[in-house]
Design a binder for this molecule. Structure first.
Ligand code: ADP
Ligand code: ASP
Ligand code: MG
Length: 410
């Protein structure tokens, strides 16, 4: 007998029929003698609908109130799923995040989980109930409702699995595992049986939304056995996220191609090249809680320098406003911006021992006439920023060039 956490994403609970199917799956696991904690997302499209409602009232919705609204999607699915389980003859009880209590910090719309009180859940499990906990939400120390950022139910599930020391955390979604790239962009993408935490962290942080990055971080830190599976299939082992690369197997150099459409670039031209300038530019951006991704500072030629960085497209307008003000106060020559860019990345632990991957990537893109606007590398990834119109082409040519469509990747 094992304790298993099962998370079901939006498409897996998109209708009452789908919820009944989820209930049957959970009932099946329960009948095999396991303890089950189930974490549903909101019905697919519901969180978008709720956020759009808020935007009809206010252009820049108050973050606290936005969380009050956005968190309601999951409250509906926990109730429906608990009812569906009872219809299956399974004892079940639902809780919202704040009811459990999933304690978070107060960063509304992207709160971090600090602690989980597992007492209620343990008592219910001991009494033979399936416990259904709302994903994506918690409450801060003052009882304010918070949400964990888009895709945050993955993190709720992994955090609950860690708190309860569960034997496995299963993420059920609309694909049957983690692929070499998004199968919706590249039909030749291959499902991976395993992927290391390190690679999955990179893939998630570089835009593969199959798992929210914080869920991977959590699972790595607390050694949660994490698996991605399809809720639309009854068979299949999905993809297991593994702690270490399997030393017995020849690792491919590149494991996957990730991409992110939500990028925007800002360039400050001709700022005086002196100590403290980077801080003066990016300090106000950090204070506004805007995440900066890539940063490039060009070598100075005439005692001035150009400084470029990228932010999430949703935060572009605010970032531009802040940068324009700072640039003026620094005596910069001007500010350029481009919000029609995307980032495409190749990820693989095998890169460590194989030089020349970056130049190969640049060669492949160059041959297709794709201009590279920015580059960044780490030990196990190479990212390029390109015009968003080239996204699909870049993903496909890189996927093919690195042999990811074949079983034996190069
Ligand atoms: P859920 O609602 O179940 O959380 P998401 O839409 O958040 O589902 O994540 C699943 C989606 O992630 C897939 O439908 C797929 O389009 C996308 N995806 C992006 N990159 C990958 C990848 N490398 N492997 C599998 N799916 C990916
Ligand atoms: N419902 C939330 C969202 O759409 C959380 C999730 O699906 O994981 O982002
Ligand atoms: Mg998701």
């Amino acid at each position: 007998m094992a304790l298993i956490v099962q998370k079901f994403g939006g498409t897996s609970v998109a209708s009452t029929d789908r919820i009944k199917k989820v209930a049957r799956r959970v009932a099946h696991w329960k009948a095999r003698g396991h303890d089950l904690l189930v974490v549903p997302s909101a019905m697919s499209g519901e969180t978008n609908r709720l956020i759009a409602l808020a935007r009809e009232i206010s252009e820049a919705p108050d973050p606290r109130e936005l969380d009050v609204i956005a968190s309601t999607g999951e409250q509906v699915t926990i109730g429906l799923l608990a009812m569906a389980l009872k219809e299956e003859g399974v004892e079940a009880i639902s809780y919202t995040g704040p009811q459990v209590r999933v304690l978070t910090d107060s960063t509304f719309t992207k709160a971090r989980i600090l602690q989980i009180d597992d007492r209620k859940i343990r008592d219910d499990l001991a009494a033979g109930r399936v416990v259904v906990v709302a994903g994506f939400q918690g409450a801060d120390e003052n009882g304010n409702i918070t949400t964990l950022g888009r895709g945050g139910s993955d993190t709720s599930a992994v955090a609950l699995a860690a708190a309860l020391n569960a034997d496995e955390c299963q993420i059920y979604t609309d694909v049957d595992g983690v692929y070499t790239t998004d199968p919706r962009i590249e039909p030749e993408a291959r499902k991976l049986d395993t992927i290391t935490f390190e690679e999955m962290m990179e893939m998630a942080s570089l835009g593969s939304k199959v798992l929210q990055i914080r869920s991977v971080e959590f699972a790595g830190k607390y050694k949660v056995k994490l698996r991605v599976l399809s809720s639309f299939q009854d068979e299949g082992e999905g993809t297991l996220i593994t702690v270490e690369e399997d030393k017995h197997m020849e690792q491919p150099i590149i494991s996957g191609i990730a991409f992110n459409r939500d990028e925007a670039k800002l360039t400050v031209l001709g700022i005086p090249d002196r100590p403290g300038v980077a801080y003066r530019l990016l300090g106000p951006i950090a204070e506004a809680n805007i995440d900066v991704d890539m940063i490039i500072q060009n070598g100075a030629s005439d005692e001035t320098t150009d400084f470029s960085f990228t932010v999430n497209r949703g935060e572009f307008a605010r970032a531009l406003e802040i940068v324009q003000a700072t640039a003026a106060s620094l005596g910069a020559r001007g500010v350029l911006s481009d919000n029609k860019i995307c980032k495409v990345s190749a990820v693989g632990v095998g890169m460590r021992s194989h030089p020349g991957i970056a130049s190969r990537m640049f060669d492949v893109l160059g041959r297709e006439g794709i201009n590279i606007k920015m580059i960044s590398t780490s030990e196990i990834k190479i990212s390029v920023v390109v015009d968003e119109k080239y996204l699909e082409l870049a993903v496909r040519v890189l996927h093919k060039a690195f042999g990811l469509d074949k079983k034996e990747a190069v």
